[in-house]
Design a protein around this ligand. Structure first.
Ligand SMILES: CC(C)(COP(=O)(O)OP(=O)(O)OC[C@H]1O[C@@H](n2cnc3c(N)ncnc32)[C@H](O)[C@@H]1OP(=O)(O)O)[C@@H](O)C(=O)NCCC(=O)NCCS
Length: 211
């Protein structure tokens, strides 16, 4: 998906894919060469190439975070993609390695950190702070803050001025009206915290069972 977005709607040319050698399953992917991540800089140096880490929400976005940090350590600039049909105020600040898909909306004076993925259905209102490595399918109202590594599933709504603590998993259709606690799973309307499992454990369980 990300490869198609960059090729269709940006000035970037996608040259190749890279993966840690233990996960490599062949020589090519979608007709492009795959090279090992471990020594990619030898033949494809950061002075000539940018990177995008196209890893989804597995393990509460922590795998994407880890690989982004390894790419930055190697010296790569991480590209951000904003779809031409995304509706983003010019007063929005956006970090590195973000993807803002078609039809998402982000209003004035919102700040989006690094490694944030925003889906077409998302509406992020004004004066929000969306911290690094969030994955957002749902919506927020004005003056919200969403902590690092949160997952907001489809149909999530967050009331004005609410702070979502870091490492939250907000399940489909959750309506949040009060600040939340770190590393927690919430479901329902009004939102209820799941007392039996942390968000990091829940996300690890989902990642294992989606294979
Ligand atoms: C949370 C989620 C993963 C389901 O979790 P799960 O634990 O596998 O859910 P299960 O189907 O095993 O259900 C467990 C219980 O939680 C309830 N439940 C599951 N999802 C729920 C939700 N979104 N809201 C409220 N209750 C929910 C079920 O009714 C069930 O309750 P019961 O035991 O009383 O019958 C799913 O609801 C979700 O949010 N998926 C994310 C979808 C999405 O937005 N993806 C991004 C698209 S790009």
């Amino acid at each position: 998906m990300v490869c198609d977005y960059f090729e269709e709607y940006s000035e970037y040319k996608v040259c190749l894919f890279t993966v840690d050698s233990k996960y490599r399953k062949g020589e090519e992917y979608y007709g492009k060469k795959i090279v090992d991540f471990e020594d990619i800089e030898k033949n494809y140096p950061p002075s000539k190439y940018d990177m995008f880490i196209a890893i989804g929400s597995s393990n509460l976005n922590k795998i994407r975070e880890d690989v982004c940090k390894r790419a930055i350590q190697k010296g790569y600039n991480l590209a951000t993609f904003i779809h031409p049909k995304a509706n983003i105020s010019s007063k929005v600040k956006i970090g590195k390695n973000c993807i803002l898909m078609e039809f998402c909306r982000v209003l004035q004076r919102t700040e989006i950190g690094d490694g944030v993925i925003i889906w077409p259905s998302a509406f992020i209102s004004h004066n929000n702070i969306i911290k690094d490595y969030c994955y957002i399918v749902g919506s927020t109202n004005g003056f919200c803050e969403v902590g690092e590594n949160c997952f907001l599933a489809s149909g999530v709504y967050i009331a004005d001025k609410v702070k979502i603590a870091k490492d939250n998993f907000l399940a489909m259709g959750t309506v949040i009206r009060k600040n939340t606690e770190e590393n927690s799973v919430y479901k329902g309307n009004p939102a209820q915290k799941n007392q039996n499992i942390t968000a990091i454990e829940f996300a690890r369980f989902l990642t294992l069972h989606s294979k």
